[in-house]
Ligand binder design. Structure first.
Ligand code: SF4
Ligand code: SF4
Length: 404
């Protein structure tokens, strides 16, 4: 696909990169078959191929209409289309570029802008999320049922993990934002479990949100500032020999693995960002490389349905790792269907595109429940909270099974 860039994009790095990304699309439309929003809307503009044409039109005309923005906004960034595409189109990058350009060209209605500002002010900061959750729990009894189910119960992190100053191996944990406030048990459990392998897993002061919230909302510069802050906070530990940067939320993991590419033109950070991305590992990658025999002694009884997040399956191409680990330690797995489909959480999507998100959630819960499981496990905080908001079954991070 050839693109003739409009004059307004002369020398515009994002537009030039988007035009290059577009070139590998051969318009076959295979991607529509696995795109959750196309499956929901059956409108070509709500599938990857249609969105690619919308971005092409924007690049060539220098204009973005409300329709352009609407259909780009409806994309979940789940990247199922990348897994399906025979031409290797990097749709995720293209969608981010398209959103950044459309934000730049056409301003949003004031209410939409305000909502996005609030989201960007709130979610990347655990203290603010914690305060909101605290307030939500306080008023939960008087909230309408649909809203009250959105407020997760308070989660204890469990016994403080032992300090392991003498551990032979050191790893850095991404502190994160929403997860740190809503499910503090996840990183604490990861630390306890990795401790059994002589690994000291530590969060670093000054690190926080991976930057994905801002970045995927078109505020790319602010998203990259979060990345730089994390790199600065991690760098001393990296220089001291940390062997990995471990992410326990796959949505954050896919972002950290992208730091090298996203900051490749930043002279001050390019080399460090590349190193950080090389070191980034999802928790499943760390544990899959270990001898899990010790967990095989546990007698897991609860039949477990696995929801593999899109960011693990399509973003990090680690879809098989999670069920493989659980099978290795003897967790009885329940059958599921439509494993490739997004649950509708997708970061802030469940707030900004509530109707589509709700329909995807109902479809996903049905697909996870066909074999009557006792619980659902997943690997990303967004999915965990979203599924938990409507499921009658407990929804947990999978590391809790190894920690129990
Ligand atoms: S990222 Fe997901 S929602 Fe967006 S176009 Fe691709 S498959 Fe569809
Ligand atoms: S499957 Fe790939 S090449 Fe085919 S239309 Fe979709 S993005 Fe383009």
């Amino acid at each position: 696909m050839q693109v003739k860039l409009h004059l307004r994009f002369h020398g515009h790095a994002t537009a030039i990169a988007a035009a290059e990304l577009l070139q590998s699309c051969v318009h076959c439309g295979f991607c529509n078959a696995t795109c959750p929003t196309y499956q929901d809307q059956f409108d070509e503009r709500d599938g990857p191929r249609g969105r690619i044409y919308l971005v092409k039109h924007m690049l060539e005309s220098g204009e973005a209409s409300d329709a352009t923005r609407k259909h780009l906004d409806r994309c979940l960034n789940c990247r199922a289309c990348e897994t399906t595409c025979p031409s290797g189109v990097q749709y995720g990058r293209l969608a981010d570029s398209g959103r950044e350009l459309s934000e730049e060209i056409a301003s949003r209605p004031v209410v939409e802008r305000l909502l996005r500002r609030v989201i960007r002010w709130l979610f990347p900061y655990p203290q603010r999320v914690g305060a909101l959750l605290g307030l939500g729990r306080l008023v939960k009894p008087i909230l309408p049922r649909r809203l009250s189910r959105q407020v997760p119960p308070k989660q204890a992190s469990g016994a403080a993990p032992d300090a392991l100053p003498q551990a032979g191996r050191k790893m850095i944990a991404l502190a994160g934002c929403v997860q740190a406030a809503a499910t503090p048990k996840t990183n604490a459990a990861a630390r306890r479990v990795l401790g059994r392998f002589d690994i000291d897993l530590r969060e670093m002061t000054g690190a926080g949100c991976c930057g994905a919230v801002d970045y995927h909302l078109g505020a790319t510069a602010d998203g990259l500032d979060f990345a730089r802050r994390n790199i600065d906070a991690w760098w001393p530990a990296i220089e001291a020999g940390a062997e990995a940067i471990v992410t326990t939320a796959s949505g954050c993991g896919v972002m950290v693995k992208d730091y090298g590419e996203l900051l490749k033109d930043d002279a001050a950070y390019a080399a460090k960002a590349r190193r950080v991305s090389e070191l980034a590992k999802d928790l499943v990658e760390v544990l899959e490389a270990e001898d899990l025999g010790v967990f095989g002694q546990l007698n897991f009884k609860a039949r477990t349905a696995v929801h593999c997040p899109c960011t693990l399956m399509h973003g990090q191409k680690l879809g098989a790792s999670l069920p493989r680990i659980l099978e290795r330690i003897g967790v009885p797995l329940a059958s599921t269907t439509e494993d490739h489909l997004c649950c509708g959480s997708a970061g802030t999507y469940s707030i900004l595109q509530a109707d589509i998100s709700r329909r995807l959630l109902a479809r996903k819960l049905q697909a996870l429940s066909i074999d009557n499981p006792d619980q659902i496990v997943t690997a990303n905080i967004g999915c965990q909270l979203h599924l938990g908001s409507q499921s009658d079954l407990p929804v947990r991070h999978w590391i809790e099974l190894l920690d129990q």
